[in-house]
Design a protein around this ligand. Structure first.
Ligand code: ADP
Ligand code: MG
Length: 344
């Protein structure tokens, strides 16, 4: 019997694997405007409008730990994760669907809590839960979320539109969710054998909120529309600034220069990083799960972007040949590297 070649998934990395599995699927339908490769698929809806559709899966033990993740927050966060991909296309979220793999160790009341969080997020965002699926899981809890949104065809912001000299902009601040996760993990380790654990979170409430209950930045997409700005490229910051910036560079065939001292980092993020002898910049670059938006606009839009408030310009787009670099305060360049997938 001839031996079949066995390739380890780690040899390809996440993005290499997706490429390998999907590269043979050329699109056939005229209505499919964008398939695999962006935050969401884009489908022609007629009348100059498009629907954008995205799906995500959250697995217990991989994406969340129920020993410290309240189910109400998990429900809220699942909606944020789904809707954030819609917002990253510069589209308005309208509906979600939710699939559950339910483990028998959970009582019905726990699922009530999960759906209370889903309901809260849907109310806050003004979107409808329109379906889903429920089955039993032999492992842990599985939550799948599909989100649907709408946009004018010419307003869609793909990852692939960044142009030379465009400004690189970021909403909110980075690394807070990552430090929130580390705080929860630390308390879990410390309190493992304590009878009545009382975790110490004082002064770090913001970090916990950013990890457990991140808000989808619908306000940003609304403000962009008010200012008449269509970003040339946009992505949801789910994997960390380094990885997500490289995604824009790869899709737009460009390079980037990001100035380290311009990366917005919250006080609590720096404080906890210092306490844990970690580097807050590493948290911002590699942390992920911030669900802020990273986007590019033409240089001429600088004033309009600054007028929005809460946006930081952290660098600019360069030629592809220069690659993506992080510029340190002393002026030296560090090549941006992504975690989670292999470059080149
Ligand atoms: P995100 O982090 O924004 O949710 P991913 O990194 O999961 O996106 O996926 C990158 C792209 O690959 C997206 O366009 C997504 O739709 C697509 N994709 C991911 N996994 C699969 C799969 N198993 N089959 C088909 N397309 C996939
Ligand atoms: Mg995404």
């Amino acid at each position: 019997m001839s031996e079949k070649k066995r390739t380890e998934i780690s040899e390809l990395g996440e993005f290499g694997l997706i490429d390998r599995l999907t590269s043979k699927f050329a699109t056939k339908q005229n209505s499919t405007l964008r398939g695999v490769g962006d935050d969401a698929a884009v489908v022609d809806a007629g009348n100059g409008e498009v629907l954008v559709i995205s799906t995500d899966t959250l697995l217990e033990g991989v994406d969340f730990d129920l020993t410290y993740f309240p189910l109400k927050h998990l429900g809220y966060k699942a909606v944020t994760i789904g809707v954030s991909d819609i917002l990253a296309m510069n589209a308005r979220p309208e509906q979600i669907m939710l699939s559950l793999g339910v483990s028998s160790k959970l009582p019905v009341e726990a699922l009530d809590d999960l759906y209370e969080g889903v309901h809260f997020a849907c109310e806050e965002l003004g979107i409808d839960l329109v379906g889903g699926d429920t089955s039993a899981s032999m492992t842990g809890l599985v939550v799948g979320v599909t989100a649907i949104g709408r946009a004018k065809r010419e307003s869609v912001a793909y990852r692939s539109g960044a142009q030379l000299n465009d400004l690189i902009c970021i909403t909110g601040n980075l690394g807070a969710a990552y430090m929130g996760l580390h705080l929860l993990e630390r308390e879990k380790r410390v309190l493992r054998d304590v009878a009545n654990p009382e975790p110490q979170f004082e002064g770090y409430e913001y970090l916990l909120e950013k990890y457990l209950k991140p808000r989808a930045r619908k306000d940003v997409v609304e403000q962009l529309a008010e200012e008449g700005i269509v970003p040339t490229a946009m992505i949801d910051l789910s994997d960390g600034l380094a990885s997500d910036m490289l995604q824009i560079c790869r899709a737009s065939k460009c390079g980037a220069r990001i100035y380290l001292e311009r990366i917005p980092i919250a006080k609590q993020t720096s404080a906890l990083a210092e306490e844990m002898h970690a580097d807050p910049v590493v948290a911002a670059l590699n942390g992920g799960e911030d669900h802020e938006l990273l986007f590019t606009v033409p240089l001429a839009m600088q004033e309009k972007v600054m007028r929005m408030g809460g946006i930081d310009v952290i660098g600019h787009i360069t030629a592809e040949s220069t690659g993506a670099a992080l510029v340190t305060p002393d002026g030296s360049d560090i090549r941006l590297k992504a975690q989670g997938f292999k470059e080149d």
